[in-house]
Ligand binder design. Structure first.
Ligand SMILES: Nc1nc2c(ncn2[C@@H]2O[C@H](COP(=O)(O)OP(=O)(O)OP(=O)(O)O)[C@@H](O)[C@H]2O)c(=O)[nH]1
Ligand code: SF4
Ligand SMILES: [Mg+2]
Length: 418
């Protein structure tokens, strides 16, 4: 598994026949260098995914892989560098490992039973507890003879954290570890709908999907595919069109559509074509709701009018590949925000797993504008939003902000208020 996180995401986004990465349970394996994290990952998955060696710091970057893990189902397995790495490069690795925590739904802390828990391990357990991440500690290398090495009072029976004895080498306890992971993974909530809970069987929904440079050749982008599936699941009818054919679509219908969903970038054109009375929203607004951030994003968008000269805005993208988002975040949005507010504003940008962790850093910003986060799981979006909100910084997303700038945010939200 020699691929970087973001490479994997691109790969996975391209595979539209499998569960999207963002909808899978993310299982992170953490621990000190040489604890056997990569070995445990290999044992749990039954595959040679991660490189194992007795050199400390073999895993230098978080690596992740989507797979089916029984008895859990579709998951993403993440192996991480050691949390005890030091020096300039080492600290950067530790920072990356902590970023992985933002999207971890279930954590496995691997501790070398021969060495016992260190202060780093205990700090990580504290962090799991603080962030309410369900976790299990795997005391690894139990094949080694411990009798003469660990005094009884320090043995694992006195540990106050949930743990299992395992050996990645012999396979002892690995099956139990898999069972435990499945048991503590967040119980499946009733499946969330993108739109299905807001439409009726007899409804016709029009989706406006511009085919431009950002649309992958021969395919549709993931949020559009997911929305189509959601509408079909509700047994409603879905028409998909480009802006130029929207007129014809409307004319072909005997009754007006129950709703028109557009790509945010086409808001301006679509608004001109549709009668005022027709319901209109965007994919981004639908996905802001799907990710549980819509109310905060709408409030954050309204904050635009309170910006002052000299304010700094953070624009954050969830992946490092901009195929779907192109230059929206880096070029278009700053331009639109400047011309809408008429203020002299500064912009900072982050992408991929990067997102400021400390409240002090977040408070440097007057507003945070996040992308739709189609590659991020719900936990990570929630983490980013709550970090901003608890630091007192308004938080919004591209589509919600663009709807606001186009003067149609309230109209876009109407379907959720009924
Ligand atoms: N005896 C024994 N050795 C193990 C076991 N698990 C891992 N090891 C050995 O411990 C060493 C480190 O294993 P890795 O899986 O590379 O450890 P890691 O935690 O991923 O290490 P870094 O990537 O360097 O942070 C290797 O020499 C493994 O063969 C085990 O269950 N028993
Ligand atoms: S919405 Fe965010 S996560 Fe999705 S492709 Fe664009 S930048 Fe990447
Ligand atoms: Mg490793």
């Amino acid at each position: 598994m020699a691929k970087e996180t973001s490479d994997f995401n691109r790969e996975n986004a391209a595979d539209l026949n499998s569960t999207p990465s963002a909808s899978r349970i993310h299982i992170g394996f953490f621990g000190r260098r040489n604890a056997g994290k990569s070995s445990v990952v290999n044992a749990v998955t039954g595959q040679e995914l991660a490189i194992v060696s007795d050199v400390k710091g073999t895993t230098t970057d978080p690596v992740q892989k989507a797979m089916e893990l029984l008895p859990l189902g579709p998951v993403v397995i993440i192996d991480t560098p050691g949390i005890d790495d030091s020096g300039q490069v080492g600290e950067k690795r530790v920072e990356k490992t902590y970023q992985i925590l933002n999207k971890t739904d279930v954590a496995v802390l691997v501790i070398d039973n021969f060495v016992g828990p260190s202060a780093d391990d205990l700090a990580l357990i504290e962090e799991f507890r603080r962030r309410k991440i369900p976790f299990i500690v795997a005391l690894n290398k139990v094949d080694l003879d411990m009798e003469s090495l660990v005094p009884p009072e320090e043995s694992h029976s006195s540990y106050d954290f949930p743990h299992l004895l395992v050996s990645a080498l012999t396979g002892q306890g690995i099956e139990q570890l898999k069972q435990k992971i499945a048991e503590i993974a967040k119980p499946a909530e009733p499946e969330k709908k993108i739109l299905g809970d807001k439409i009726k069987k007899e409804d016709v929904i029009i989706l406006v999907t511009p085919i431009d440079a950002s649309a992958p050749k021969g395919r549709m982008i993931l949020p559009q595919v997911q929305t189509i599936r959601d509408i079909l699941d509700a047994h409603a009818v879905c028409m998909v069109t480009q802006v130029s054919e929207l007129d014809r679509c409307l004319a072909a219908l005997k009754e007006p559509p129950a709703l028109v969903v557009t790509d945010s970038q086409a808001f301006g054109q679509v608004k001109k074509i549709l009668p005022e009375t027709m319901k209109l929203t965007s994919f981004s607004v639908l996905f802001a709701r799907f990710k549980g951030i819509l109310d905060t994003a709408a409030a954050g968008a309204h904050f635009l009018s309170e910006l002052k000269d000299g304010d700094k805005i953070l624009i954050s993208e969830g992946c490092t590949h901009h195929r779907q988002c192109e230059d929206i975040g880096t070029v278009k949005l700053p331009g639109w925000i400047r011309s809408y507010t008429g203020k002299k504003l500064d912009f900072d940008f982050t992408s991929g797993g990067e997102f400021p962790r400390s409240p002090e850093k977040l408070q440097e910003y007057a507003l945070i504008v996040h992308c739709g986060g189609c590659m991020l799981n719900e936990r990570e979006m929630a983490f980013r939003m709550t970090s901003a909100v608890s630091a007192g910084v308004p938080f919004t997303n591209y589509g919600t902000l663009i709807a606001h700038i186009n003067g149609i945010l309230d109209r876009s939200l109407e379907i959720f208020h009924e």
